[in-house]
Design a protein around this ligand. Sequence first.
Ligand SMILES: *[C@@H]1O[C@H](CO)[C@@H](O)[C@H](O)[C@H]1NC(C)=O
Ligand SMILES: *[C@@H]1O[C@H](CO)[C@@H](O)[C@H](O)[C@H]1NC(C)=O
Ligand SMILES: *[C@@H]1O[C@H](CO)[C@@H](O)[C@H](O)[C@H]1NC(C)=O
Ligand SMILES: *[C@@H]1O[C@H](CO)[C@@H](O)[C@H](O)[C@H]1NC(C)=O
Ligand SMILES: *[C@@H]1O[C@H](CO)[C@@H](O)[C@H](O)[C@H]1NC(C)=O
Ligand SMILES: *[C@@H]1O[C@H](CO)[C@@H](O)[C@H](O)[C@H]1NC(C)=O
Ligand SMILES: *[C@@H]1O[C@H](CO)[C@@H](O)[C@H](O)[C@H]1NC(C)=O
Length: 391
Amino acid sequence: MNKKIIALLLLVAVCAAQEIQNGPIVRVPIIKRARTEAQNKSLLYRLKGIYDNIIDKIFGRRYNSYPEVKVQNYVDLQYFGEVSIGTPAQIFTVVLDTGSSDLWVPGTPCNSLPCLVHNKFNPKKSSTYIDTGKPFSIQYGTGAVKGTVANETVSLGGLTAKNVQFANAHQLSADFQNTKFDGILGLAYQQLSNIGGLPVFDQLVSQGLVAQDVFSFYFSDKENSNDSELVLGGIDYAYNSTAFKYYPVVLQAWYVIAADSIQIGNLNLKLNTAIVDSGTSVIVGDAAVLNPIIKLFPSNINCAQINTFPNLTINISGDNYVLGPQDYIVEIDLQGQTQCLLGFQVLELPSQLGNSIILGDTFFRKYYTVYDRANNRVGFALANHSNNKSQ
Ligand SMILES: *[C@@H]1O[C@H](CO)[C@@H](O)[C@H](O)[C@H]1NC(C)=O
Ligand SMILES: *[C@@H]1O[C@H](CO)[C@@H](O)[C@H](O)[C@H]1NC(C)=O
Ligand SMILES: *[C@@H]1O[C@H](CO)[C@@H](O)[C@H](O)[C@H]1NC(C)=O
Ligand SMILES: *[C@@H]1O[C@H](CO)[C@@H](O)[C@H](O)[C@H]1NC(C)=O
Ligand SMILES: *[C@@H]1O[C@H](CO)[C@@H](O)[C@H](O)[C@H]1NC(C)=O
Ligand SMILES: *[C@@H]1O[C@H](CO)[C@@H](O)[C@H](O)[C@H]1NC(C)=O
Ligand SMILES: *[C@@H]1O[C@H](CO)[C@@H](O)[C@H](O)[C@H]1NC(C)=O
């Protein structure tokens, strides 16, 4: 990872977001890679045993006029969707990740274990595959993916875009051996793309396939349910129980918004920015921000005492977003035993972001999130979980 470039980009971008919008495209590998490195160390890693329990792959259109991608809720920790690539379609389970911008899936000829345990794309079985010959490589914390960039027909939520650039990955590091997703579909800005072409959602927009340059994520609070949705082209108003409040994206690479503070118990810590990231399971943040918070908790949390812990309030432009202990503590069943894990994870974020946190899925279960690309803003509203469509 080229830290200098990241630092430069962020410095310029945070100081003068306007300039970066019109400036040259800067390709930056993703910082967040909490997913793999942190997986190993903490929450997700500890849960690996129950990954085997993964539910079936989902795909489908829903009731309203927007195309929607059903999203699987895997024990409240990670959300996957389905994408099809090629002609005829080859289907993959991917992380729908607003913290990165490339689409990659494992492909032939890859015969290492991480590829063998996943669906693999076979270019020979697709009549629309065009190898661009361009190499692809992305570094995620401890993990890495390498492959070649191809142009292909890609379908998401029933919308089919042509000439979408994706990476057919031939080399996956061992980190990907235990994942229940095949690959990753990035929904962040083109600026973050290692491939460099238009990301999938941008292609859907440029090919006139979505109603508006907007997508939104509703995350169900029900485990192993099919109720969560990525809505392409708009908002599903069945799922918000307050009006949306919007915040400008101050750095258009990840979805970075300005944030004021995070408060819990007697602690009130200053924040500068928050990264809105569907690909992260929990609240991730700088040590300066999260360590004092983590210290408030015992190392083993007794599930029976969850309700004795205080609310956590994130102040964004004067608006208070409250997570109760039942939101930020992740309760899971492991072989018949309920365990309660604190959903905070320390990770070094680029210092140019200032005191920063990544808002992950524990936040999005409570707040339905809109990515309004047309206006470069992110919106939050309290989610209404009583309206799950499968009920
Ligand atoms: C995962 O953690 C184990 C034990 O701490 C370590 O030996 C291993 O190298 C780590 N793997 C990765 C990919 O970081
Ligand atoms: C691949 O698709 C991009 C648009 O996504 C296009 O600009 C490029 O010319 C295509 N390359 C080939 C080899 O078809
Ligand atoms: C989710 O959808 C899949 C495929 O449609 C189905 O097999 C599975 O039973 C569903 N799961 C739940 C919890 O509804
Ligand atoms: C949530 O949705 C249900 C069902 O449509 C509705 O009755 C209820 O008023 C909604 N709750 C809020 C707070 O909007
Ligand atoms: C859902 O959001 C829309 C747009 O902000 C708002 O008009 C509507 O009143 C919200 N629904 C509820 C139940 O508050
Ligand atoms: C925590 O937040 C909830 C919802 O905003 C509120 O009803 C409750 O009173 C708060 N609890 C405390 C201890 O402040
Ligand atoms: C939120 O942060 C702003 C700016 O720091 C501050 O003026 C405001 O008082 C804070 N609001 C609350 C409710 O803490």
